[in-house]
Ligand binder design. Structure first.
Ligand code: HEC
Length: 160
């Protein structure tokens, strides 16, 4: 008990001695740790109770989420490419390739969006998107982003 108090006092005086501008800031976890954490929080059951008044509303919500959070990396119609993120060029995969291996696997798409990947895909399930928003955008990606769209604009353009 005594040593614990001593440690607290030592810590408090060490931080009091630092000038404000040199106070240690919060360091977010490394990408690997973040992905591990997101993966441990993921469960397919998160999506069990989600209901939509209509598929149209689900698609519209998904389009909005895509425009706000995905388009800057995956491109307006999901074509992917090389994108600059925090000063680094990262390759972003196409979501509309004719032979996309996740095209028909809704659970895998939701999990990938929720968990992210060390290759540069953010962990949307932690503090960013709700399961409902992930459900909507996964639906949008699988049902509305199609290879044909590489030649045609998306049905609804939310601008921005
Ligand atoms: C900062 C850039 C960035 C943003 C923003 C982003 N992604 Fe990604 N995404 C990536 C990268 C990079 C990968 C590839 C990661 C890897 O597997 O190496 C990826 C992978 C994916 C995959 C898996 C593809 C596959 O074939 O394995 C899906 C699905 C996906 N993203 C959907 C989304 C959705 C939906 C959004 C918006 C909520 C989004 N992404 C936002 C960069 C991004």
């Amino acid at each position: 008990m005594r040593t614990r108090w001593l440690a607290v006092v030592a810590l408090a005086s060490a931080s009091a001695a630092l000038p404000a501008c040199e106070a240690p800031g919060y360091e977010p976890p490394e990408a690997e740790r973040r992905i591990e954490l997101a993966d441990s929080l993921y469960s397919p059951a998160l999506f069990d109770t989600i209901q939509w008044p209509s598929e149209e509303q689900r698609a519209t919500a998904g389009n909005l989420v895509y425009a706000d959070f995905c388009r800057r990396c995956h491109g307006p119609v999901g074509e992917g490419g090389v994108v600059e993120v925090a000063g680094q060029q990262i390759p972003v995969p196409s979501l509309v390739a004719a032979e996309w291996r996740l095209a028909a696997d809704t659970e895998a798409v939701r999990q990938r969006i929720f968990t992210g990947h060390v290759g540069g895909m953010p962990s949307w399930g932690i503090s960013r998107l709700t399961p409902r928003e992930i459900d909507a955008v996964a639906f949008y990606v699988q049902e509305l982003l199609r290879p044909e769209m590489l030649e045609a604009p998306p049905p609804v353009d939310w601008g921005g």
